[in-house]
Design a protein around this ligand. Structure first.
Ligand SMILES: Nc1nc2c(ncn2[C@@H]2O[C@H](COP(=O)(O)OP(=O)(O)OP(=O)(O)O)[C@@H](O)[C@H]2O)c(=O)[nH]1
Length: 645
């Protein structure tokens, strides 16, 4: 999916209001960003333009100012210099500075001040040049003046050296006056000294005509010292005048420069004000844009809070355990977007599930009622508590309200201590007897869920009839079995019992402690029968059987093995006890004093052979054989006696 499609899908999923608000936010951000960029760009360009326009001008103006200052200094230096060579050098510098100034002024933007500056420079340049010329002339004049001065002074000194002492005073005064003239700088000083010198020369005219002639011509004549001094002073004054003029012009230059500076400063200040106002305008724009964005943000937050968060809340309700999404909440979700579709689907599923849960709950209640009122004896247990108990089961135990498992009889409680974990019913107590009702129950248990809780379901199945039938059957079976094992004549066990015991011995069902076979036989019974007949013989056999039954120990079998042979099968290996028992039987039979005319003893008597088994190794038959051999020996020994193997 392309980015455009993804963004479109995202906006569509958010809903048209949120999408519109977001779009507005984005548009506002882009717009404000663009506006800010444009404003800043315009400011930057304006600043750069202004700087490019004015900064070079300022620099040039500054350079011009410096050049003019240098020019003023040079002018002063020229005016004050007395060395022609130095004047020439200074003039060269002046020309160079003037060239620079003109170049600067030509570069600067034309305005009245610049024009005025140009005019000043136009005036300044010839003035300085004139000063240079005057300076050269002044140097020449100085030279001539000095030459004349020395010549005059020399002449006066020559005169002094040759003249008389009386005539020297005027000459000396003249020398002094000449020196004063040389030192005088101011006009009135020069004029004073000149008058004094003229007076001295007039005095010389009378006294020293030679010196008068020489000094008069050298000092007062045309081209003399006075004229030269006058010319020199005049030229000096011109130079001063020009220098003053130059200084005034340079002062004007400074004023013009100040004005230019001032105009530029005003321009710069105006630009700075414009910049500040523009920046304030941009700041205000920023403030309003930021305010609108904050407002929109708050609106969006409120919108999300009450719309989007409400959806999330509705979603939480939807997925919560017992939450229900109501119609209003469902209205937040537009079916046209994916989340909306999902929520509506979930709502549909939830409603279906709730409907089914309700149905199940109804069925569950109905089922519970049915179970409660039916003959099913069931109870539901969780932990030690009884969650449910059918009325039929409660009726089984009317003595207790069945609230906990400990309200059940002990046997049931014991069986429930370790309940099965299977969901299939498992018999935990077979044929439990309810003495109160004299009923029998099979108790089963299985694991079930009861109201979303793991529980044990126990059921009591009434098996009274089954137990009765089984007991009856067992009793009947026992009777039949007994009948089969009983001798009908004597009521003792018959030979089948011996066979049974033989099997039990072989299958080790009889204790391996050993046993004994006591084999009894009626002596001369054929004769007895022959003498008294079989009926009396049967009676005699019954009496012998009674003696055996009476003396048969507990857990021993009294068996009529066949005919007139009897067996006592005893779980004992005590030889003495066994012998004593056998003799007791023999004595009691003999004590019956049943007449037996053909017997050597006169009465009915028995012979007995006893065999004691080897424990764990001998079969019953083998032991019986040995008892039979002993019986044979007892017969041979004269009968009515006991022989023990
Ligand atoms: N009345 C009666 N006689 C029986 C019964 N069964 C066996 N007899 C008899 O018992 C007699 C057994 O005789 P014999 O085996 O010769 O032994 P005996 O005569 O007792 O001689 P000894 O054993 O050597 O002393 C037989 O005559 C049988 O007929 C019975 O159920 N009733």
């Amino acid at each position: 999916m392309s980015h455009t499609k993804k963004i479109a899908a995202c906006f569509y999923s958010l809903g048209w209001r949120a999408s519109l608000a977001l779009s507005l936010m984005v548009a506002l951000l882009i717009g404000s960003g663009w506006y800010s960029y444009a404003q800043i760009n315009a400011l930057t360009q304006a600043t750069e333009k202004h700087a490019s326009e004015h900064l070079p001008s300022l620099e040039l103006l500054n350079a011009t100012q410096l050049s003019i200052t240098r020019l003023a200094n040079l002018s002063g230096n020229i005016a004050n210099s007395s060395a022609p060579a130095e004047v020439r050098v200074l003039l060269a510098e002046v020309r160079s500075e003037i060239i620079n100034i003109r170049r600067y002024l030509n570069t600067l933007e034309k305005n009245p001040e610049i024009e005025a500056l140009n005019k000043v420079v136009d005036l300044l340049e010839p003035n300085i040049e004139q000063i240079g010329v005057y300076k050269a002339t002044l140097a020449q004049l100085q030279h001539d003046y000095d030459k004349q001065y020395l010549s005059v002074v020399d002449a006066v000194i020559q005169y002094l050296m040759s003249a008389d002492a009386d005539n020297k005073l005027v000459a000396v005064n003249l020398v002094r006056q000449l020196a004063a003239l040389n030192e005088a700088e101011r006009q009135f000083e020069v004029a004073q000294v000149r008058r004094e010198i003229q007076a001295s020369i007039q005095e010389l005219k009378l006294q020293q005509s030679d010196l008068y002639d020489a000094t008069h011509a050298a000092i007062l004549a045309d081209g003399g010292l006075f004229e030269n001094r006058h010319n020199f002073d005049q030229l000096q004054a011109d130079i001063m005048r020009l220098d003053t003029q130059n200084r005034i012009l340079l002062g004007n230059v400074v004023d013009y420069g100040k004005r230019v500076y001032s105009s530029m400063e005003q321009s710069v200040m105006a630009q700075a004000t414009s910049l500040r106002e523009n920046s304030e305008s941009v700041s205000q724009s920023f403030f309003w844009v930021a305010s609108i964005q904050v407002l929109l943000g708050i609106l969006l937050f409120v919108y999300f809070r009450y719309r989007v968060f409400a959806r999330l809340s509705a979603l939480r309700h939807l997925v919560s355990e017992d939450g229900m999404i109501d119609a209003d909440e469902l209205g937040y979700f537009d079916k046209r977007n994916e989340i909306g579709q999902l929520v509506h689907q979930l709502d549909s599923y939830l409603k279906t599930i709730r409907s089914q849960q309700q149905q199940i709950a109804n069925v569950s209640v109905q089922l519970e009622n049915i179970i409660r009122q039916s003959q099913m004896r069931v109870a539901v247990l969780a932990e030690d508590n009884v969650l449910f108990c059918s009325e039929s089961l409660a009726a089984v135990f009317p003595e207790h309200p069945l609230n906990t498992i400990y309200d059940f009889p002990e046997k049931v409680v014991a069986a429930l201590q370790d309940p099965p974990t299977s969901t299939e019913p498992e018999l935990i107590l077979s044929a439990f007897y309810d003495a109160h009702h004299q009923r029998w129950y099979d108790v089963s248990c299985s694991q079930v869920m009861w109201s979303d809780q793991a529980a044990s379901l126990i059921s009591f199945a009434d098996v009274t009839e089954r137990v009765r039938v089984t007991t009856e059957f067992k009793r009947t079976l026992s009777a039949v079995e007994n009948e089969a094992f009983l001798d009908p004549l004597t009521g003792l066990y018959n030979r089948k019992m011996l066979d049974k015991r033989e099997r039990q011995v072989n299958s080790k069902k009889i204790a391996q402690n050993g046993f004994a076979v006591l084999l009894f036989d009626v002596d001369f019974f054929k004769d007895y029968n022959d003498h008294y007949g079989h009926l009396r013989g049967d009676e005699a056999l019954k009496m012998v059987a009674e003696v055996l039954r009476r003396n048969c120990p507990e857990h021993a079998d009294a068996i009529r093995y066949g005919g007139e042979e009897f067996v006592l099968l005893i779980n004992s290996r005590d030889r003495a006890t066994l012998t004593e028992l056998a003799n007791l039987v023999l004595d009691e039979v003999f004590a019956l004093e049943q007449q037996h005319p053909t017997s050597a003893y006169g009465y009915l008597s028995l012979s007995c052979g006893i065999a004691i088994s080897e424990p764990g190794v001998e079969s019953l038959l083998a032991c019986f054989d040995r008892a039979d051999q002993c019986l044979y020996q007892a017969k041979n020994n004269g009968r009515n006696c006991v022989v023990v193997a």
